[in-house]
Design a protein around this ligand. Structure first.
Ligand code: F6P
Length: 341
């Protein structure tokens, strides 16, 4: 078979590990050929390809980003998008696709599967919010980057008797905030799933100061105050209808200064969370996803996504990945609350 591989949406550490595993096993064990589509769905729309063989994928296991490039192109928002993809696949002699992506990329893959394109999905996102997989690769790396930042911020916060707010990614799901806040000993964790009271946050800040520690507040970019709205940086929507978030950390710092009289500062981790080398956990998870994805393709089990259930890699219907978002439930959040304040 001749198989096209693409990576779409926000990049994330571990993408190259998937590509390497797909190609290595696909060539060595099954004798398949591969073509890389550049920049996600844009590559399939515009016929932008690159050679993808064992030589092209050597040495990429520890490299962040994606050798294929990525974009947030949505073929369903482009005139004749699906026809153009089908034509380009036929022109390049492609029998099937392996699409590595998050909710948007896999949402497109699901629709294309329904329209007769042979596709296997691989779940990626630092946000860990894809349904029907326990974890996505990239998440562990993002959490570790955030924890390192929190550890560093503790010492400067204490020297200056300041409250420090760390804003992490997470539009609708607070997994990065929850895990990094727990691992980093935060004075409180604010996630999109639970609206927060600014008065309560200020109580926790003051109680942390009383114990001679300086409070670190971890806030997800999509967290919403009880009496307010999501803070948006830019209302312009991308092809999948997302606005640009960020700003809640700065807003909260001002509120804390006004209400408690203590100095507060904000660190926005932003794209640092998505960059650089994947952790060992993410390299292993991404590699296993790649190995199982190529086997699913070899067996012609189209319309499936590889997923982590417990410690096993399984195949689930592609549609189940995106039919709802995997968010943090109340019980998981409440586990962390004992450490607040
Ligand atoms: O990949 C998902 C994500 O990390 C979100 O948490 C975040 O809002 C978004 O990417 C930002 O990505 P970009 O700036 O690339 O659009």
């Amino acid at each position: 078979m001749r198989i096209g591989v693409l990576t779409g949406g926000g990049d994330c550490p571990g993408l190259n590990a998937v590509i390497r595993a797909v190609v290595r096993k696909g060539v060595k064990e099954y004798g398949h050929e591969f073509v890389g589509f550049r920049d996600g769905w844009r590559g399939t729309l515009e016929g932008l390809t690159m050679p993808l063989d064992i030589a092209a994928t050597r040495g990429i296991l520890p490299r962040g980003g994606t050798i294929l490039g990525s974009s947030r192109t949505n073929p369903f928002k482009i005139e004749n998008g699906v026809e153009r993809i089908k034509e380009n696949l036929a022109t390049s002699g492609i029998d099937a696709l392996i699409a590595i992506g998050g909710e948007d990329t896999l949402g497109v893959a699901t629709k294309l599967d329904g329209l007769g394109v042979k596709v296997i999905g691989v779940p990626k996102t630092i946000d860990n919010d894809l349904n029907n997989t326990d974890y996505t690769f990239g998440f562990d790396t993002a959490v570790n980057i955030a924890v390192e930042a929190i550890d560093r911020l503790h010492t400067t916060a204490e020297s200056h008797h300041r409250a420090l707010i760390v804003e992490v990614m997470g539009r609708h799901a607070g997994w990065i905030a929850l895990h990094s806040g727990l691992a980093g000993g935060a004075a409180c964790i604010l996630i999109p799933e639970q609206k927060f009271s600014v008065a309560k946050v200020c109580e926790w800040v003051e109680s942390r100061f009383k114990t001679n520690y300086a409070p670190i507040i971890v806030v997800a970019e999509g967290a919403i105050p009880q009496d307010g709205d999501m803070v948006v940086k830019d209302e312009t929507k991308d092809a999948f209808g997302h606005v640009k978030l960020s700003g809640i950390g700065e807003w909260l710092a001002q509120e804390i200064e006004i209400r408690t009289g203590k100095e507060a500062r904000t660190t926005v981790l932003g794209h640092v969370q998505r960059g650089g080398s994947p952790t060992a956990f993410d390299r292993v998870l991404a590699t296993r996803f790649g190995l199982h994805a190529i086997t699913a393709a070899h067996e012609g089990d189209w319309g499936k996504m590889v997923a982590l259930h417990g410690t096993d890699i399984v195949r689930v219907p592609l549609i189940s990945a995106t039919e709802k978002l995997k968010t943090v439930d109340l019980a998981r959040y409440q586990e962390a609350e004992i450490f607040f304040g």
